[in-house]
Design a protein around this ligand. Sequence first.
Ligand code: AP5
Length: 214
Amino acid sequence: MKLVFLGPPGAGKGTIAALAKESLSIPHVSTGELFRKNIRMGTALGKKVRDILAAGNLVPDDVTVAMVKDRLAEADAERGYILDGFPRTIAQAEALAGISGIDHVVNFLLDKESIVRRLSGRRMSKSTGKIYHLVYNPPKRDGVDDETGEPLIQREDDKEEAILHRLEVYEEQTTPLIDYYRRRGLLLDIDATGTPDVVHARMLERLGKAEKDA
Ligand code: AP5
């Protein structure tokens, strides 16, 4: 199955993708995480995008599309994938159509208050990218990754100013994709409230129905 996860920052795309990659046995391809990995490794791409991510702006389309094209050419993406955070502009959606067909676009819906609450409490493991939340999904030991024992970090773009800016960027540049994919009959709206297990089960049920109707 080839899926795109769409939705505002903090809607839970990465969290649900981590569950769905197991339940659907397909790789999770997060453009945000690919960029962050390049930043951590100090690659030329990482140096180019570091300030853009910290400010909550979008990386230019040509850079992003080239990175996704390379990733989708890897063997594990042949049988399907979850694209999390891509496409984010109409130009990226058109580029994706030239690279690969997709089966469904899952559009996670969440109110602004919950988004800010989720993002301001998010912490993550620097080396594995595993996502935690101070209240909703705390680590076993305060401030420390369950697997590696390293201190958890807060993302640069999870500071309040950057969160508000990312929401504006999402409204302006990414919401046009909702209509774009709805017109093509690919969009599945999913209520993103409730625990991750509840949202994951809701999405699987909706995907099951959509597959039957196809
Ligand atoms: P990216 O990493 O994609 O960030 P995003 O879209 O802003 O999404 P987030 O990762 O913030 O949120 P999420 O929906 O995955 O939520 P999560 O599961 O973590 O992109 C970062 C940057 O990279 C962009 O700003 C841009 O600069 C660049 N970029 C990436 N893709 C690009 C592209 N295509 N083009 C150009 N630039 C691009 O959950 C959030 C928190 O809530 C966590 O703490 C989690 O534990 C908690 N939580 C999740 N679900 C629940 C739940 N059901 N109940 C309670 N808590 C929950």
